[in-house]
Design a protein around this ligand. Structure first.
Ligand code: ZN
Length: 242
């Protein structure tokens, strides 16, 4: 009897380990707690820093042409974003952020709170400390973080393709060196230039669904060799129907 129980427990442990390993392989769940752990289920009407942390991570799911406000208040727009996130990952889409939603987010985030497929160095090829831009270093770094979560949603929607970044945060010195516009969103940390494949138009068109208030691509002056996305500023990519 004890031997049978032992075998049962061993089998149970194996199952658990396999599941954990499976999640790890998908995206690194073991690193989740290194960033942030939610302590309660969140739904419409909730407010607080935990809601804001959720909003940052679903900022790429506001719906076409919309930008999610990161205000820590779980209103209808946050609920809709959570539903879109849940749908994107095949979870029950109830608009309530509970264990399943949080586990998926843990699996998607690294210890430094960046999403699995993007990193701070990728978003800052200008300097090491995010200084010298139009906002404080901490604000620029945070703005870049939000852009990364939007890009993570976008790459998933495109079939988990990799998205290549040629330029993102720039200090005024870095911006001048590359001839960037004097009011460029790259100075704020949220501007990101996308290159490679999918095509520039495909990237620009898809970006409309993921919280980018600014999209500049083919047909817009100086944007025939990349697609630029940022938090605010409007859309123009005439060669792509935008
Ligand atoms: Zn740009």
């Amino acid at each position: 009897m004890f031997r049978r129980l032992g075998r049962f427990l061993a089998a149970l442990a194996l199952t658990a380990a396999t599941t954990v390993a499976g999640v790890s392989l998908t995206a690194g769940a073991a690193q989740a707690d290194g960033c942030y752990t939610w302590g309660r289920t969140l739904s419409q009407g909730a407010s607080g820093e935990d809601v804001r942390q959720l909003q940052i991570r679903v900022a790429g799911y506001p719906g076409y042409g919309a930008v999610l406000t990161l205000d820590g208040a779980y209103g209808p727009a946050t609920r809709s974003a959570v539903i879109r996130f849940q749908q994107a990952y095949g979870l029950p889409a109830d608009g309530i952020a509970g264990p399943q939603t949080f586990n998926r987010l843990y699996a998607l985030q690294d210890d430094d709170c960046t999403p699995a497929n993007f990193s701070y160095p990728e978003l800052n090829k200008c300097n090491s400390d995010w200084s010298g831009g139009a906002v404080s270093a901490s604000t620029a770094r945070f703005n870049a973080l939000v852009s990364m979560w939007k890009l993570q949603a976008m790459r998933h929607a495109l079939g988990d393709v990799s998205i290549a970044i040629s330029s993102s945060f720039r200090s005024y010195a870095c911006n001048s060196a590359v001839g960037g516009a004097s009011n460029s969103r790259h100075l704020y940390g949220d501007g990101v230039d996308l290159v490679g494949s999918p095509s520039f138009c495909r990237l620009a068109q898809q970006a409309r669904n993921h919280g980018f208030g600014q999209i500049l691509g083919p047909g817009y002056p100086d944007h025939n060799d990349h697609t630029h996305v940022a938090a605010v500023g409007g859309w123009s990519a005439p060669n792509c129907g935008i």
